[in-house]
Design a protein around this ligand. Structure first.
Ligand code: ADP
Ligand code: ADP
Ligand code: MG
Length: 490
């Protein structure tokens, strides 16, 4: 594999190409007319324009991407996440065209792409599962009986759902018929598949997922967990590794079960097995994501393993260069997703031009982004601008580093979720580790954020005054303006 095409855009396209280049592999970018001057395009050795901005006229054109790849003599296609990454038909066409798909087999994608098929596949391995229906359900009366047995609240879920979409909580029987009807029509329109099923709604769970890697020789390892309980609208916003609550025993059990899930679908490549953990450290299998995950950097930071490098090696037919006993958790990593959304306005998308864009740098800081100062944020795609990741020897050190990095991230021209990140990192529930997936709903509001900003403002003002008075006293006899710089006084 001497040349790789990355069928994606933004930060993930850039991140994949960086590793490819480091491995001595040439890179091909694809782009839409909206992304003509994007960093991922400028970075690549070659670049192909796919068409107008909307995804279905550009990044989702599997046939065109494959044809261009063939023409350019590409050896493998990396799909990133989103777009075509979980499209089994695309993966199949790539291999049929004589190239490597840098991901699992079409069959694994198909099985795990359906939450119901996934549960069916792992059933015989005795993996703990959330109580619920094993098949799609359409009959409301049947659904009522099942819900009664499970006990309210229940969750209606789209089998083909993803990205936090296609889920409805039902608190009481009166609402069931109506919610089910809506769930089915939503699933049909969003995912082209109206299958929905019922799950018990776990009261205050934590989202814990296990990273797995599998080669084509039957070697499968896990790279420990990531905790992704800080979510809004069922979507992750702050992730960390390791989790602050897992006991070594539960970690080992979840890791072993994740490997079983991967084996259940003959998995190869990098994948993620998602679980919910309840307050008794009991865990339940949710689903498997058959791709590189947005939050994969935190795993890389605590294990020292480049997951994209492993994906490429596995796709080239190589053996995993390590086994489970070689893997260790080193320190603690946290990721904050920075979205162009306004946390003061109910996370409304905020588009505009990045007048100022200065990411922080320094020890233990990694920023995965796909933007530069002066760029416009296109309205056509996911509004994530960047991922701010930090590493520390311990969780408190990582938290401290993240706070400093947020303060050192300067973005003007669009509202972002940076202040939200600051709120989370400062919150006692987060720092103490006592939180669950309801953190945002429970604690976050525009007012709470304003209070924090005011507190910090007052604190900063008080500190400045204190320093000023102290310095004034000390410096009075031989005052010189040079010695009174903020750096020397704080
Ligand atoms: P992750 O699961 O990697 O932590 P997300 O759940 O936010 O992250 O999904 C990653 C990306 O894939 C996002 O851009 C999301 O919109 C997209 N995505 C995930 N699942 C689907 C799906 N079934 N259909 C369409 N887009 C999806
Ligand atoms: P998606 O495909 O959209 O990622 P998941 O099944 O992975 O869907 O669920 C996403 C999130 O929704 C979980 O992280 C959790 O916060 C919430 N969730 C899902 N299933 C349940 C459940 N049975 N009980 C409580 N919360 C759930
Ligand atoms: Mg999920």
């Amino acid at each position: 594999m001497k040349k790789i095409l990355v069928a994606n855009r933004g930060e993930i396209a850039l991140r994949v190409m960086r590793t490819a280049r480091r491995m001595g592999i040439r890179t091909v970018a694809v782009y839409s007319e909206a992304d003509r001057r994007s960093p991922h395009v400028l970075f690549a050795d070659e670049a192909i324009c796919l068409g107008p901005p909307p995804s279905n006229q550009s990044y989702l054109l599997g046939g065109k991407i494959i044809a261009e790849a063939k023409r350019l003599g590409v050896g493998g296609i990396h799909p990133g996440y989103g777009f075509l990454s979980e499209n089994a038909a695309f993966a199949k066409s790539v291999t049929e065209a004589g190239m490597a798909f840098i991901g699992p087999s079409p069959r694994s994608i198909e099985v795990m792409g359906s939450k119901l098929a996934a549960k069916e596949a792992v059933k015989k391995f005795a993996i703990p599962m959330v109580p619920g229906t094993p098949d799609a359900i359409t009959d409301v009366e049947k659904a009522k009986t099942i819900a009664q047995n499970i006990g309210y609240p229940i969750l209606i879920k789209a089998s083909a759902g993803g990205g936090g979409k296609g889920m409805r909580v039902v608190e009481k029987e009166e609402d069931l018929a109506d919610q089910m009807e809506r769930a089915i029509s939503e699933a049909l329109s969003s995912f082209g598949d109206g299958s929905v099923f019922i799950e018990k709604y776990i009261a205050a769970p934590r989202h814990i997922e296990i990273q797995v890697l599998a080669d084509s020789f039957g070697n499968t390892v896990h790279l420990f967990e990531r905790e992704c309980s800080i979510q809004r609208r069922h979507q992750k916003v702050v992730e960390e590794a390791p989790s602050s609550v897992l006991s070594p025993e539960v970690r080992a059990a979840m890791g072993a079960d994740a490997i079983k899930v991967a084996k259940a679908c003959n998995y190869t490549g990098a994948g993620t097995v998602e679980f919910l953990l309840d307050s008794n450290q009991q865990y339940y299998f949710l689903e498997m994501n058959t791709r590189l995950q947005v939050e994969h950097p935190v795993t890389e930071m605590i294990t020292g393993i480049d997951l994209v490098e492993q994906q490429i090696n596995i796709a080239r037919g190589e053996k995993l260069p390590f086994s489970q006993k070689d893997l260790r958790i080193n320190g603690h990593a946290i990721e904050l997703r920075i979205y162009a959304e306004d946390p003061y306005q109910n996370f409304m998308p905020s588009i505009g031009q990045l007048e100022t864009y200065q990411p922080p740098t320094g020890k233990g800081i990694r920023v995965d982004d796909g933007y530069e100062e002066g760029m416009d944020i296109p309205i056509y795609y996911d509004p994530m601008l960047a991922k701010l990741c930090v590493w520390g020897k311990s969780r408190p050190e990582a938290i401290q580093r993240m706070k400093a990095a947020i303060a050192d991230y300067h973005i003007k021209g669009a509202a972002t979720t940076l202040p939200f990140g600051k709120f989370v990192l400062a919150h006692e529930a987060f720092t103490s580790g006592r939180f669950d997936t309801h953190f945002v709903k429970k604690y976050f509001s525009k007012e709470a954020l304003e209070n924090l900003e005011n507190e910090h403002g007052e604190l900063a003002a008080a500190l400045a005054l204190h320093v000023y008075l102290k310095e004034k006293k000390r410096l009075r006899p031989v005052f010189s303006p040079q010695s009174f710089s903020p750096q020397s006084s704080v």
